[in-house]
Design a protein around this ligand. Structure first.
Ligand code: HEC
Length: 103
C-alpha cells in the first residue's frame, strides 16, 4: 500500500513536471519583459500562444534576431537564451502554450 502511494506520487509529479518547470523558468528568465496575460515590454504569453506554435516560440529563444524579423518586427529587443538547454526551452514553450484560449 505504501509502495503504491509512492508510485502514484512519483507518476503525478512527472506529469506536472513539464509545465511546472516552465513556470519556474519563465519567472527567472522572461518575466522582466513578458507577463502571462498582460502586455509588458514584450507581448503577453496569452497573445503569443494564440498566434504562434511551439516551434516559433523555441526559435525565438535560440535566434530572436532572425525570428523577430520573420514575424514582422522592425527590430529585435529580445536577447538570445543560449544558456537554456533544449529541454528547458521545451518546458517554457509548453508553459506558454497553456495560455492559449480554449475555442
Ligand atoms: C529584455 C526583455 C525580454 C526578455 C527577458 C524576454 N523577451 Fe521575449 N520579447 C521581448 C520583446 C521586446 C519582444 C517583441 C519582439 C522583439 O523585440 O524581438 C519579444 C518577443 C517574444 C516572442 C515572439 C512574440 C510574438 O510576436 O509571438 C516570444 C515567443 C518570446 N518573446 C518569448 C520569450 C521567452 C520564452 C522568454 C524567456 C526565456 C523571453 N521572451 C524573454 C522582450 C523580452
Amino acid at each position: 500500500m505504501k509502495r503504491l502511494t509512492i508510485t502514484m506520487l512519483f507518476a503525478s509529479t512527472l506529469l506536472f513536471a513539464g509545465a511546472k518547470k516552465g513556470e519556474k523558468l519563465f519567472k527567472a528568465y522572461c518575466w522582466g519583459c513578458h507577463h502571462q496575460t498582460a502586455e509588458a515590454f514584450g507581448p503577453s504569453f496569452r497573445s503569443i500562444a494564440n498566434q504562434r506554435d511551439k516551434e516559433t516560440i523555441m526559435a525565438m529563444m535560440t535566434d530572436p534576431e532572425a525570428t523577430a524579423k520573420a514575424l514582422g518586427y522592425k527590430r529585435n529587443s529580445m536577447p538570445a537564451f543560449d544558456d537554456l538547454t533544449p529541454a528547458q526551452m521545451e518546458s517554457l514553450a509548453d508553459y506558454i502554450m497553456t495560455f492559449k484560449d480554449k475555442k
